[in-house]
Design a binder for this molecule. Sequence first.
Ligand code: CTP
Length: 419
Amino acid sequence: MPDAAASPFAGRRVVLGVSGGIAAYKAVILCRLMMDAGAHVVPVMTAAAQRFVGRATFDALASERVQTSIFGEDDPIPHTTLGQTADVVVVAPATARVIGSYAAGISDGLLTAALLATRAPVVVCPAMHTEMWEHPAVQHNIEVLTGRGVHMVVPEAGRLAGGDIGTGRLAEPATIFEAVSEVFAALPERDPAHEPAPARRDFVGVRVTVTAGGTREAIDPVRFIGNRSSGKQGYAIATAARDRGAEVTLVTSAPLPPPEGVREVRVESAAEMEAATGEHADADVVIMAAAVADFRPAEVAPQKIKKGNPAERAEAPVIVLEHTHDILAGLGAAKPPGQVLVGFAAETADVLDNAVAKLARKNLDVMVANDVSAAGAGFAHDTNIVTILLADGTVRPLPICSKREVADAVLDTVAELRQ
Ligand code: CTP
């Protein structure tokens, strides 16, 4: 294994783009070499690449989980983040299509978008059949890219897909590794202020149940009483817990696609959320980020309620409400030993006092007090302003930060309590 501390890869952030070719398996070895040399490797796979190598392989090996979509789960602009934070982008194998798109400035997926969004050095490692490699269109694109300063690790001669022999085989991982080392050697020293945070895998083997979204309480088959919760904070927690190695169940009423690798249980009403959460309440950590309705119509009309004719003085209906169950209080009353139970307090006034009272009343370990009326906080925003409260009286105010950062801070507190 290379000496990671002395290596030019140490602390460097490498975006490893893998496009669809039989040589995608060699990218696994390259990923491993760079990780062993101390790099922080962020894998990006095209859809075609996933037909050759399963994403689980890179998920397990790399510093971060594989990214595949331009529509990020908790990052609305993953291609820009990838491009801006990379110290180098390596594409291995690079297909004729990826090379062509990159040369033409076409962003037709996350990888090509990240290539166009980066100012970091780029190392392209083509792999394709000899006829394709020698085609004037491909050679022209290679020239265009080389002329723009892109580093090329040219393909080697050897056995190709289907058993043909010729030029086009992806260079060996060790050769690519050397080429990337040389690129780093030519770079200025890395500014430690911009070091990426080390990937934390402190929730491996931990079962985490998270609830998210606002519940909907039916009035009749077409109407409901809802609330303004977007579910984004709960999704950020589920994603962060997953990234840190947890086995995550997300009980959700939010209209958002589930984070990959998370078990999703879809619910709508408070009663459904109570039943689903109850089924997954034996987890090591339960985080109740959902905005559960406190009241619901006492009766649900079986047919759509007709408005009648107001001109004939038809009366507007009166909807009688009844209390729902407090799911979190129920979980707190039956909390198994060792479990960490976390609640969120959505408040608009007397935030800390109300949150502290709820923490005690519901028998929680952690309460995240959320002033949902503050600018840049609460529903539908991508940022939040919270204070983390512990049962022992500890108060941890956080500055305004992204929902992902809030998620990680909450998980840091949970990890601390679990020790
Ligand atoms: N909660 C719950 N079941 C409910 C209502 C709330 O499990 N029926 C949970 C929420 O998911 C949250 C916590 O309790 O984690 C606090 O929710 P919040 O709406 O802030 O407080 P309430 O307990 O509903 O009290 P109030 O409405 O008086 O503020």
